[in-house]
Design a protein around this ligand. Sequence first.
Ligand code: PLP
Length: 268
Amino acid sequence: MAPEEAQVSVFDRGFMFGDGIYEVMAVYDGSVFTLDEHLRRLNRSLDAIRLESPHDDETWRQIIEQAVERGAESPAYLYLQVTRGVESPRSHVYPAAVVPTVLITVMASPILERKEIEPLKVITKNDFRWGRGDIKVTSLMANGLLKNEALAEGFDDAVLIRDGEVTEATAANVFIVKDGVIATPPKSPYLLHGITRDHVVSLAKKANMPLDERALTEDELLNADEVWITSTGYEVWPVCQVNDRFIGNGSAGVVWQEIDRLFQSSKD
Ligand code: PLP
């Protein structure tokens, strides 16, 4: 239906408490990229917030396929949100009978020429978020605050540091390259297990590009030869500045060129 016709109760727990989870998927050439991985993470997030999935995987696939067809946009982003439904009066206690609210939107995304990719400037900030960044929850208050602080200070995004180590950016995972070796923080409860991150790790490994999943200090980030962020929206995007330090020569690095080439051809 048209967005202006869609209705959600003001007592929806998604609205009241941010009590919901979501996925963002890319639609390329009319089909959802890495759909299996997104469904796996959707189920993992639902399990983690103790919300029974309203559909089995086969049904999710059909609903998503229908949304892509009706959305008739490609390339596009498909946004899927599941909340713990309506509860009145408002209460912290979960309702006994939950009817989850499901929202799916499909929005056109831009097609970028590679030469339009401008490397980002990022600032490091203290990661004060809760300890379950691995669950893709709709309550993104902290991520929004940190992103907007970064923008207000003249940067494009923030890279978050917890106890001296890089976790992720406000809506993307972080990679560095040092002396030809790619590195990204290991999966932990403090960061989202990005589908794009995993895809990039597997592309690099298949191409025999050296890659470590290991803790990265803020100092390593500042002294890297290349820095990239990865997400469904950004794919793999180069970073040219961290705080007041220029990374490489200020434009996208050679390892990025190679991983981007692999990434673009993996869409076919
Ligand atoms: N980290 C955070 C906090 C995010 O919000 C996102 C995506 O929105 C990512 C990482 C990247 O995840 P994915 O590659 O699955 O889009």
